[in-house]
Design a binder for this molecule. Structure first.
Ligand SMILES: [Zn+2]
Length: 158
């Protein structure tokens, strides 16, 4: 359950997580749970953003990660996001973990653990399942407290 990344967390991941937090906040006016995601190119350039839009669009698959992956693929013209990093405020669910494996991203960086539905180490560890032939690296807890607080604040008002 520990981070697989050796050494300190690169500042670029914190910057990307701040972007993801801002994107997550934009989900709230539509009544969506604030979850935000960013896809970084191998160079570190921001390829795409996504936020939870289930309520906004009435789409059960409109999770932040899925939307960000689709947009990154559209931006690059390539479904394989080789070498890319997905940064997301909340540990991915089973669906999103599956999408991460399918997209061949190199790495998923997440903020808050999801003890109830997380599929990157908490409840399942789908992304690093040894039976899969592509296993993204997982880095957890980047700006974890800020990410958890954003969700807690949202649910407190519900
Ligand atoms: Zn999801």
């Amino acid at each position: 359950m520990q981070s697989a990344a050796p050494g300190p967390v690169p500042e670029s991941w914190r910057d990307a997580m701040r972007l993801a937090l801002a994107e997550a906040a934009a989900a709230v006016p539509a009544g969506d749970v604030p979850v935000g995601a960013v896809v970084l190119a191998p160079s570190g350039e921001v390829l795409s953003l996504g936020r939870n839009e289930r309520e906004a669009t009435g789409d059960p698959t409109a999770h932040a990660e899925v939307l960000a992956l689709r947009r990154a693929a559209a931006a690059t013209g390539e479904w394989r996001l080789t070498g890319c990093t997905l940064v997301v405020t909340l540990e991915p669910c089973v669906m999103c973990a599956g999408a991460l494996v399918q997209s061949r991203v190199a790495r998923v960086v997440y903020g808050a653990d999801d003890e109830k539905a997380g599929a990157a180490g908490s409840l399942w560890d789908l992304v690093r399942d040894q039976r899969l032939n592509h296993r993204p690296e997982v880095v957890r807890g980047v700006l974890g407290e800020e990410c958890a607080e954003q969700l807690t604040a949202f649910f407190r008002t519900r």
